[in-house]
Design a protein around this ligand. Structure first.
Ligand SMILES: Nc1ncnc2c1ncn2[C@@H]1O[C@H](COP(=O)(O)OP(=O)(O)OP(=O)(O)O)[C@@H](O)[C@H]1O
Ligand SMILES: [Mg+2]
Length: 467
């Protein structure tokens, strides 16, 4: 297998942050007076700001989602919609943007309301240009500082992402080593392994550690969608390209341009789609469904498969040339039965995880339970182990998990919920508790997931002796 090239092939991404941080302040002026917008933007450009304008809130939201805005100057009295409404949306969806409100005469109360909603400043119209520039300078500085902090925080958070892939077996060390190399390169990666071995986790780690980490990680399961839908999801479609294509929609390929596209279960892709992906990987070119233009793109492709692609090639279901495109780096994730020594470590990892999600004390495996876990062949791999631990944590009354709580198939007894003989009440209790754990112990959320009232949930928990 060819080794990936070392860092640096991610053209320019490494210098990304500095460039982003030192960029000039970007201002968006939102006002329904076209003349005013033009006048301000001219002046701002002269002062070295990047400036965009919008005449209504729809256009403003478009600019906000399309790119980087540091400071938004917002007229409180827009014709189409109240400026306050736009302020609310901007604060919710683009919290990094600093908003300065422009108010007319006699709207002091609205100005106060605006400050409460998160505007950082307000100025009365007609504006004093010098005053306005000072306010923009201040807000721009604040926005820049936040952005830098954000980058630093993400930098710290992402350190050692590969440790998330738990295990000490040499085959797991090898997975981490290859993933690390793959993250530094920009070449396609193929992650193979049985179901539940952690292929998607590996793909996400590679993205999170790669120079593209500020771009998006977009996953699509090629086995879950039929051909035409898969192609429209991947490549996007033009308006009217098929019956319910009411409007243009960009595809994942396009959205992952500076990020990573994760093609899960690539072995299930139809021959026609395979040809299109091959073209994308070969030349970076693709076409939207119903489109006539060839578009170019440089998204990174990580694929996964639990099928034997060599066998699929031999029966003509998978293209050999595509395999050599997607597997520039191949990472084989070993099944859990080949590394049973890692089971205790993984079990502890999941005990911590479900403890953190729930509200009760941390559980521990009894030595016998741990032994049982290490004897089981784990056909569903790590995902199955995760589920077994989750169920046991939910069902355990005391701090220790005994083997009978694990409900491993083939085990002689299963005390938790022997479903064949369980009463409806027992099954209900198990389900309610599982949902509660999934909701992180949040009762309102659990109640809504169960489609019952919070009070009913409280009553049930009291019946179980758990309120
Ligand atoms: N080594 C590991 N350390 C910690 N968690 C793991 C590990 N491997 C897998 N997991 C967890 O197990 C679950 C299943 O992993 P994942 O979805 O990545 O598997 P997969 O190989 O993509 O499965 P499938 O083939 O069914 O799609 C996830 O919750 C994942 O976080
Ligand atoms: Mg998967």
């Amino acid at each position: 297998m060819p080794e990936p090239v070392a860092a640096g092939s991610g053209k320019g991404y490494n210098q990304g942050h500095e460039a982003r941080v030192t960029q000039r302040v970007a201002v968006l002026v939102v006002d329904d007076e076209e003349e005013f917008c033009r006048w301000l933007s001219k002046d701002f450009e002269r002062r070295g700001y990047a400036c965009a304008t919008a005449l209504d809130s729809k256009a403003a939201l478009g600019v906000l989602s399309a790119g980087r805005v540091d400071v938004m100057l917002l007229d409180i009295a827009l014709r189409s919609e109240s400026g306050l409404e736009l302020l609310k949306k901007a604060r919710r969806d683009h919290p990094g943007v600093q908003v300065i409100m422009l108010t007319g005469n006699g709207t002091v109360r609205t100005a106060i309301e605006a400050m409460k909603q998160g505007a950082c400043d307000y100025l009365a119209k007609p504006v004093d240009l010098a005053e306005l520039c000072q306010a923009v300078e201040r807000a721009g500085g604040e926005a820049r500082m936040r952005r830098e902090n954000d980058l630093l925080r993400r930098e710290i958070e992402r350190r050692d992402r590969f440790q998330e892939f738990v295990g000490r077996h040499p085959s797991v060390e090898e997975v981490r080593r290859l993933a690390r190399k793959a993250a530094a390169a920009d070449s396609p990666v193929l992650v193979c392994g049985e179901t539940g071995t952690g292929k998607e986790l590996v793909a996400r780690m590679i993205h999170a550690e790669s120079p593209r980490r500020h771009g998006r990680f977009l996953a699509i399961n090629c086995a879950a969608l039929q051909e035409s839908l898969l192609e429209s999801e991947l490549f996007g479609h033009e308006k009217g390209s098929f019956t319910d294509a009411g409007r243009f929609k960009p595809g994942l390929v396009e959205l992952a341009d500076d990020g990573t596209l994760f093609l899960d279960e690539i072995g299930s892709m139809s021959p026609a789609t395979q040809a299109k992906i091959l073209r994308l990987l070969d030349s970076g070119e693709y076409r939207r469904v119903g489109g006539v233009d060839d578009l170019r793109n440089s998204s990174r492709v990580v694929s996964a498969t639990n099928q034997d692609l060599a066998a699929a090639i031999s029966v003509g279901r998978f293209r050999e040339d595509l395999l050599y495109r997607v597997n520039v780096v191949t990472i084989r994730v070993p099944p859990l039965r080949e590394r049973l020594d890692d089971v205790p470590l993984l079990a502890e990892h999941f005990l911590d995880k479900f403890h953190a999600l729930g509200t009760r004390g941390r559980k521990a495996m009894s030595p016998q339970a741990m032994e049982a876990l290490m004897r089981y062949p784990w056909p569903g791999n790590v995902r199955e182990l995760e589920n077994v631990v989750e169920r046991a944590v939910i069902m355990a009354e005391g701090p220790r998990i005994e083997p009978s709580l694990l409900c491993l198939p083939g085990a002689s007894s299963c005390a938790a919920v022997p479903f064949e003989t369980a009463t409806l009440a027992e099954v209900e209790k198990a389900h309610v508790l599982a949902v509660l754990a999934r909701a992180g112990g949040n009762r309102a959320k659990a109640a809504s997931m169960l489609a019952i009232s919070v009070r009913t949930l409280y009553n049930r928990l009291r019946e179980y002796g758990l309120d």
